[in-house]
Write a protein that binds this ligand. Structure first.
Ligand code: ADP
Ligand code: MG
Length: 334
């Protein structure tokens, strides 16, 4: 689409050439044609379905203006790859739409470094994009593939399924509170190693791609936990027309969270957000297989409850009594 030319000659194309083309870098075989033409060309495995997802990060909303560019490059792609993981899909490639207030080559070089480091680890090439002037906005679309019928869909949970969680939740929420200087987070008196672990969880989430792909066709429903465990499980419950009972004591707790008051700890575990763990549902017959898959993937998983025919989410204490939990997750429009 024609636009008013940028003041600097060759601005947009020079920027793309300098930062988003990689001379001498070989594309993985599924990417038949990458950056530079009117469209990219992908060759999915014959008979497979495409899985497509798009996520946008806006300055001031999803990250702070002083965010480290390499970390931001990582996170921009990571949150999108997490959606592929949550579907059980294998990454094929991604596009990047950028709005930039100005051309800052130092910033762009850092951003591209973080972006490509993660992309290369998952053989997920950058195949195209769009670049324009505007308030800093980063938008990635990822393309993946999976065998028909194997996707971890939100509408596939059934009464009697186990509810599983990969890794553990809450550390990113604690990191956010530490940065905001919230009293309750500072009062925990974390040592630098514990605080560092929380900040890494927030800045550099690792998409659970190996686990997600291995679970495709084994687990049924699945979602990635980005807005808080309770809220994201709620999406599965609504889409599947079921309810769930979760064991409060079954939730895995990071060492940093042990130092919080019980109420704050629960709030982080249950409503944290920015966790990018996988929450999935599977029939009890698959327990041994899921444990084996998790071991092989190198990602721990924990059984935290079960799906019920009765709608709604109920939290049970160690005695099996229903407990009311604090507050709810983050909603951009709340
Ligand atoms: P068109 O006018 O056909 O949309 P553009 O001038 O926007 O093409 O982009 C030229 C080429 O550079 C295209 O192949 C496009 O996919 C790619 N591209 C543009 N911006 C980016 C970006 N931020 N990252 C990667 N590729 C990009
Ligand atoms: Mg364009």
């Amino acid at each position: 689409m024609p636009t008013i030319p940028a003041p600097e000659a060759d601005g947009e194309f020079g920027l793309i050439r300098r930062h988003f083309t990689r001379p001498g870098h070989t594309l993985p075989p599924q990417a038949v044609l990458g950056v530079g033409d009117d469209c990219a060309l992908l060759q999915p495995t014959p008979g497979h379905q495409l899985a497509i997802s798009c996520d946008m990060l806006v300055e001031g909303r999803h990250f702070l203006p002083d965010a480290d560019p390499a970390t931001l490059g990582h996170k921009t792609l990571a949150v999108n790859l997490s959606d592929l993981a949550a579907m059980g899909a294998r990454p094929l490639g991604f596009t990047l739409a950028l709005a930039l207030p100005a051309v800052d080559d130092t910033w762009l070089a850092g951003f591209a470094r973080g972006l490509f480091a993660l992309a290369d680890r998952h053989a997920c090439p950058l195949i195209g994009g769009d670049t324009t002037r505007g308030p800093l906005t980063l938008c990635v679309t990822v393309f993946g593939e999976l065998a028909p019928g194997s996707a971890l869909r939100r509408d596939a949970a059934r009464a009697g399924h186990d509810v599983w969680l990969s890794g553990r939740t809450g550390e990113a929420r604690l990191a956010l509170a530490l940065r905001a200087g919230d009293d309750w987070a500072l009062a925990a008196g974390l040592d630098p190693a514990q605080a560092g672990a929380c900040h890494r969880r927030m800045d550099a989430p690792e998409p659970r791609l190996v686990l997600g792909q291995a679970l495709a066709g084994v687990a049924h429903a699945g979602i990635d936990v980005s807005d808080g465990l309770a809220g994201d499980l709620g999406h599965i419950l609504t889409a599947s027309g079921v309810g769930a009972e979760l064991q409060i004591d079954a939730l895995p707790v990071a060492p940093a969270l042990e130092r919080l008051t019980a109420t704050r700890r629960l709030e982080c575990l249950v409503h944290g957000g920015d966790d990018y763990e996988l929450l999935f549902c599977a029939p009890p017959e698959q327990r041994a297989r899921i444990e084996a898959i998790a071991t092989q993937a190198g990602t721990p998983v924990t059984r935290i409850g079960r799906i019920t025919a009765e709608p709604g989410l109920r939290w049970l204490d160690a005695q099996g009594a229903v407990q009311t939990l604090p507050g709810r997750g983050f909603d951009h429009f709340a």
